[in-house]
Design a binder for this molecule. Structure first.
Ligand SMILES: CC(C)(COP(=O)(O)OP(=O)(O)OC[C@H]1O[C@@H](n2cnc3c(N)ncnc32)[C@H](O)[C@@H]1OP(=O)(O)O)[C@@H](O)C(=O)NCCC(=O)NCCS
Length: 410
């Protein structure tokens, strides 16, 4: 679906994401967050989620990069006519030329009009390069399967808090288009779209973990801040040692605190209690795996659809609550998973005990390596980093970083 607005000065076109663009989005996102990108795992559910729109920015008639799953490492080169500036129409002609030369291979996706720039390098999955100029050389390539990639930006907007808040997520711009203002234009477009479609939205919220500058603090209010502790381990290896580790801890004087798993029907009763919202949650907000939700019944309805585990110290009067999201795969490697645990409350001993509880809940059945992110009160970071490394034998994957929950008026 094509969205109505276009942005002439940036030559950007906006569309709603569908399954069709998934490979392009993956290609564009390559390397984001050092292999820890959540979007490949979330994309398919995001595009179907009610109240969410995933917006793609496409460069209108501009140079695009192309990847294709071409097994050969050959280089295809076209000889040159100098000073060619490409416009859409010309480029299509040029693409047909290329297509003719590749007639032994499967057809190009001609639904998307490509425009190939003179001297553009486009890389194959096997690392080979194509180099375009204007005329074909005598060289005949082996069976390539080119695919066109011209999506250059993505942002998701998700309406939460009973229609009062837009949650902005997933922002990314293709590496070769960064630093040209694309993110700014995409953000502004999404905001205008939200204002038009959801007039009840009052504020925009987002979470970030990059360094914020004075400009950001002018633009946003900080609603909450959590420290991020990132550790890694092998799931089955840890599971096989966990009982012994806890025994050894107890012998050394560690006294596990009581921890209780909330059943689905118990969550609302505990979480919506006024004392829990104001004393345990950061600024009355449930932050679940980077997504902030006000602690309201409507948001708990949204959260109920996810496979979440709430653990508290005492159901009748919780002082610490932890929320784990089911592990999901990340691009770091075939057998790598992300386990995210949000921690609310300040009592260190409870946090340690609840971490062990979540590991026991989430590790069985998981084959592979885990990057585990704990989002917690910044003052707990150091002690928890030591506990993870020394007591549990986990490897620290990153030093101290912070997750900011930011808000601005719409
Ligand atoms: C961050 C990124 C999207 C910026 O893209 P860009 O097109 O180079 O950015 P622009 O030149 O349009 O300028 C940046 C604008 O985006 C904003 N911005 C930068 N980083 C941002 C972030 N992490 N979250 C939200 N907004 C951000 C800036 O404040 C600026 O806004 P302004 O136009 O109101 O001043 C891009 O570098 C990228 O894709 N990085 C990898 C993925 C990533 O880190 N995404 C952030 C998700 S939290």
């Amino acid at each position: 679906m094509k969205l109505e607005n276009t942005c002439p000065e940036q030559q950007l076109e906006f569309t709603v994401a569908t399954e069709k663009e998934f490979d392009e989005i993956l290609a564009m996102s390559k390397g984001i967050y050092g292999g820890l990108d959540y979007l490949p795992s979330r994309y398919h559910s995001w595009i179907r989620e009610p109240n969410r729109t995933v917006v793609l920015a496409k460069k209108n008639g501009a140079v695009v990069r192309i990847w294709e799953s071409w097994a050969s490492s050959s280089v295809l080169s076209f000889s040159s006519q100098p000073t060619a500036t490409f416009h859409c129409g010309e480029a299509v002609g040029r693409e047909r030329l290329a297509h003719r030369r590749l007639k032994r291979g499967p057809a190009l996706d001609t639904a998307v009009e490509p425009s190939l720039g003179k001297g553009d390098l486009f890389k194959t999955a096997s690392g080979s390069c194509w180099h375009t100029n204007n005329q074909p050389s005598a060289f005949s390539p082996p069976l390539p399967v080119p695919q066109i990639h011209n999506q250059i930006g993505l942002q998701s907007v998700y309406i939460v808090d009973a229609g009062e808040t837009v949650l902005v997520e997933g922002l990314r711009v293709a590496p070769w288009e960064r630093g040209k203002g694309v993110a700014g234009v995409l953000q502004r477009f999404c905001l205008e779209m939200v204002k038009e479609k959801h007039p009840g939205v009052k504020v925009s919220r987002l979470t970030r973990d990059d360094k914020l500058g004075p400009k950001d603090f002018k633009k946003y209010r900080v609603i909450a801040k959590q420290g991020i502790l990132l550790v890694r381990f092998n799931a089955q290896d840890l599971l096989s040692r966990l009982d012994l580790l806890v025994l050894a801890l107890e012998e050394g004087g560690f006294c596990p605190e009581p921890s209780e798993l909330l059943m689905a029907g118990e969550v609302a009763e505990v979480v919506l209690r006024e004392s829990f919202r104001s004393e345990v949650l950061p600024n009355q907000t449930i932050i679940q795996d980077w997504q902030p939700f006000k602690a309201t019944a409507s948001n708990l309805g949204l959260l109920q659809k996810k496979e979440l585990c709430w653990v508290v110290d005492k159901k009748s009067h919780p002082t610490v609550a932890t929320l784990s999201t089911r592990p999901f795969s990340i691009p770091l490697g075939e057998d790598w998973f992300y386990l995210n645990i949000d921690v609310f409350g300040r009592a260190l001993a409870h946090v340690k005990s609840q971490l062990i509880h979540h590991l026991r809940l989430q590790m069985p059945g998981l084959q592979g390596n885990v990057m585990c992110q704990l989002f917690l009160e910044p003052a707990l970071w150091l002690d928890m980093a030591e506990f993870c490394q020394v007591a549990l034998g986990l490897e620290l994957a990153k030093g101290y970083t912070e997750q900011y929950l930011l808000e601005s008026d719409v």
